[in-house]
Design a protein around this ligand. Structure first.
Ligand SMILES: Nc1ncnc2c1ncn2[C@@H]1O[C@H](COP(=O)(O)OP(=O)(O)OP(=O)(O)O)[C@@H](O)[C@H]1O
Length: 244
């Protein structure tokens, strides 16, 4: 960013968004193999806004979500989380900001198998520095909200697929993040359970004013979000309602 006026405008726009990227580019490089995925992507997600990202297999949706979540470093451009420029932060500060400001839900739940549902949901609260009583209170409240108050002591292997995914949603929301990033969060569930988990995410996000960025192949679910974007041939484009 050579022009200071541009830099100030970018910082201003970032401050008004919970999540923003500008000029985002990613090219994977391994030895001589270079895989350009996209370049020059701009996206700004406002507080409470829900955004779907559609795109064919291999279009770069997971790559984009990883970069937005600070889990990988872009080869071009900038990501701002809660107004903070990710590239300006140390690894430790980036990790703290991620834990505090973002929640993640994946297609596979990624719950820790040796811990109970309650412990899994408490963990991000404890990592954020709160005490055990506070962690238990918040985790229990959210597990109740996702209909799992009767399964607090069950380990992931003792839960159904839908129950595991609901626990993963509770875990993503327990630190009251500004934004939840979902990578096909209902992709592994049957239609009815997918719809229940999706309703839960939307309901909890709206109650808490949390923004949602959701990668999905399911246009029917995407249509229920505020905005639908499509990643196609390295470009991100907002779709009109009748295109979804
Ligand atoms: N670590 C990596 N090294 C090299 N290339 C990669 C790497 N990760 C992903 N890619 C390539 O980048 C492109 C985008 O991958 P990505 O996983 O982001 O796509 P996607 O849109 O999420 O696909 P899907 O819908 O199938 O999950 C793909 O062509 C993939 O092969």
């Amino acid at each position: 960013m050579s022009n200071p006026v541009d830099a100030m405008q970018m910082d201003q726009a970032a401050a008004e968004s919970v999540l923003m990227c500008q000029g985002l580019g990613m090219t994977y490089a391994e030895g001589k193999l270079r895989t350009p995925v996209f370049d020059g992507l701009d996206l700004a997600v406002r507080k409470g806004e829900t955004v779907a990202i559609l795109g064919a297999s291999g279009a770069g949706k997971s790559t984009l979500l990883h970069l937005l979540g600070g889990l990988d470093t872009p080869t071009a451009g900038e990501v701002f989380v809660a107004g903070q420029r990710m590239s300006a932060l140390s690894d430790k500060a980036r990790g703290t900001l991620r834990n505090h400001a973002l929640g993640f839900v994946y297609q596979f739940h990624h719950l820790l198998p040796e811990f109970t549902a309650l412990e899994n949901v408490m963990l991000p609260v404890l990592l954020g520095g709160a005490d055990v009583a506070e962690g238990r209170r918040r985790a229990t409240g959210l597990l109740e909200a996702v209909g799992l108050s009767h399964r607090l002591q069950h380990k992931p292997g003792e839960l159904s697929g839908g129950e595991r995914q609901r626990a993963a949603v509770a875990r993503a929301l327990v630190n009251r993040p500004a934004c939840v990033l979902g990578d096909e969060p209902t992709g592994n569930l049957d239609e009815k359970t997918a719809s229940i988990v999706f309703d839960l995410m939307l309901g909890l996000n709206r109650e808490q004013g949390t923004s949602l960025v959701l990668v999905t192949h399911d246009r029917r679910l995407a249509r229920r979000l505020d905005r639908v974007m499509e990643l196609h041939e390295g470009k991100l484009r907002q779709l009109a309602r009748d295109e979804v």
